[in-house]
Write a protein that binds this ligand. Structure first.
Ligand code: SF4
Length: 252
C-alpha cells in the first residue's frame, strides 16, 4: 500500500501524474539542483531553531521514513503519558501519514505547529497544514489549534542578537484548516484510487509543472518536446527558463 504524506499530497494536487511517478518511479526523479539543496538545508535549520520556541520537547524523528506504523505507535505512547511537547511526531490514518514539526499536548488536546522557511503563508502551506490536521484528527486525536510558524528575519545571519520570540511569526490557521477538511478527504481518496491504477494518468506538460514547485519529473515528461511547445508553455518567463536550464532540459 502506497502511503501519502503531506508533500506527496501537495504533489498530487499539483499534478496527479507527478504523485504517481513519485510513488511508483521514485528513482526516475530529476537530480536535485544546487538551489534545492540549499533550500532543504535552510528548511531543516529553521525547523530546529523554531523548536526552541517550545523547549524541552522529545524528538521523535523517525529512524526510518518507511516505518509508518511503528513511528505512529511511538508518538501515541508519548501522548498517553500526559502533557508533553514532541518534535517530528508521526501520525497514521489508513494510508495517510503526517509528521508534525512541533506538537504541544495539554490536557489531552493538541496544538500543532508546522514550521516553514518562508516570509509569508502561501496556498501550498495551507494545503499541507490542512492535510496534517486531517490525518491527525482522523487518527483519533483532539486538536485545539494548528499554526504555521515562519521567520521574520533572514536566519542565515542570525547570531542571537534578536530575541527568539521576535524571530518568528506564529499564525493561527485553524479556521482555514477546518474549512478544508471535506476537500482534503475527497482529494486524498482520489489520490489513493489513482495510485492503485496500473498506469499513470494521462496528463500533458503545462504550467502546472512549475507551480507551486518545479516538478521532480520534468526530465521524464519534458524530454523530446519541441522547442515550439516548450516556448508556448514558458511564454518568455525567465524563472521557468532558468528551471529548465538547471534541469538540463534546455541548453544554456
Ligand atoms: S512534469 Fe508536469 S506533467 Fe509531468 S509529472 Fe511533472 S507536473 Fe506532471
Amino acid at each position: 500500500m502506497a502511503h501519502i504524506s503531506k508533500s506527496a499530497f501537495v504533489r498530487g494536487i499539483q499534478c496527479s501524474k507527478q504523485l504517481y511517478y513519485y510513488k511508483n518511479n521514485y528513482n526516475q526523479r530529476d537530480a536535485l539542483t544546487e538551489s534545492q539543496r540549499v533550500s532543504f538545508k535552510r528548511g531543516v535549520d529553521v525547523g530546529i531553531l523554531a523548536q526552541q520556541l517550545f523547549p524541552k520537547g522529545k524528538d521523535l524523528t523517525p529512524t526510518s521514513p518507511w516505518q509508518y506504523r511503528q513511528s505512529a505507535n511511538i508518538t501515541q505512547h508519548y501522548l498517553q503519558q500526559g502533557d508533553i511537547t514532541l518534535y517530528e511526531a508521526s501520525f497514521l490514518y489508513g494510508s495517510l501519514y503526517a509528521i508534525m514539526d512541533i506538537v504541544v499536548s495539554t490536557d489531552g488536546s493538541l496544538n500543532l505547529y508546522e514550521v516553514k522557511n518562508t516570509r509569508s503563508v502561501k496556498e501550498q502551506h495551507l494545503l499541507d497544514a490542512a492535510f496534517q490536521y486531517y490525518v491527525i484528527n482522523q487518527a483519533g486525536y483532539t486538536i485545539s489549534n494548528i499554526f504555521i510558524v515562519y521567520p521574520t528575519h533572514n536566519l542565515e545571519d542570525y547570531n542571537n542578537d534578536v530575541p527568539l520570540a521576535d524571530l518568528f511569526v506564529i499564525k493561527d490557521i485553524t479556521n482555514i484548516a477546518t474549512e478544508r477538511q471535506r476537500d482534503i478527504e475527497k482529494s486524498s481518496q482520489q489520490q489513493i484510487d489513482m495510485l492503485s491504477a496500473p498506469v499513470p494518468p494521462e496528463i500533458k506538460i503545462g504550467s502546472q509543472c512549475f507551480k507551486p514547485y518545479a516538478c521532480d519529473f520534468m526530465k521524464t515528461c519534458w524530454t523530446n518536446i519541441s522547442a515550439e511547445i516548450i516556448n508556448s508553455i514558458i511564454n518568455d518567463n525567465e524563472d521557468k527558463r532558468e528551471i529548465l536550464f538547471n534541469k538540463q532540459i534546455l541548453p544554456r
